[in-house]
Design a protein. Structure first.
Length: 205
């Protein structure tokens, strides 16, 4: 057998081994278009997606728990209109990098799941409560946080947006927050009193 034929056989063998090894690694389900939209949502824990709790990382439905989410990927998922995938993407990022933006979009996707009734039967009331807690967490933990418009230049205060979302859900924001008129003619949420929003809770997972 000449050297060229031997090298060719060896290269084929190496490629076969590489393919078989790569087949043993399960990729993130979402990346392979196994759309989460087609499934109903099961609330893993009443505090899943609510900072500082980490329950989303042990949620068996979370396709991002072991792989994480990229900065561009989170916006691609958000623009796809898939609220269940959006919830898992933003809430996973919230555990890795706690920010008001991550908490707000986690809450926003919870609300979309609730409004679309993409929830297992009997969990609707608890899901609404979790959604309320997620918006309240923006006020409690990230009162100065902002998000930006599509240009990336104009900032929006997330405390105000979270306040308005809570009002639309029919609840009064806790913690001494009020909505006041701003000089530009709009409204802005301000904390006027140092009032605890909740009683001490159990330790986070």
């Amino acid at each position: 057998m000449n050297i060229y034929r031997l090298l060719r056989r060896l290269s084929v063998l190496l490629i076969s081994v590489a393919i078989s090894m790569s087949a043993c690694v399960d990729p993130p389900p979402y990346f392979y278009a196994e759309k989460i939209t087609d499934r109903s949502f099961t609330l893993y824990h009443p505090k899943v997606g609510v900072f500082p709790h980490l329950f989303v990382l042990s949620d068996p439905q979370n396709p991002f728990a072991d792989y994480g989410v990229g900065e561009e990927t989170k916006w691609q998922i958000e623009s796809s209109g898939d609220p269940i995938a959006g919830f898992y993407a933003w809430s996973t990022l919230l555990t890795i990098q706690p920010t008001g933006e991550h908490q707000f979009y986690t809450a926003l996707n919870l609300r979309a799941i609730y409004e679309r009734s993409d929830i297992e039967g009997g969990q609707e009331e608890q899901l609404l409560s979790t959604c309320i807690d997620a918006f309240q967490a923006v006020l409690d933990h990230f009162p100065e946080s902002v998000t930006y418009d599509s240009s990336g230049i104009i900032p929006y205060g997330l405390a105000t947006l979270a306040f308005l979302e809570l009002q639309e859900l029919g609840v009064a924001p806790r913690g001494g927050w009020v909505l006041v008129d701003a000089p530009d003619g709009g409204q802005v949420a301000l904390r006027t009193l140092d009032v605890p929003s909740t009683l001490p809770e159990e330790e986070t997972e």
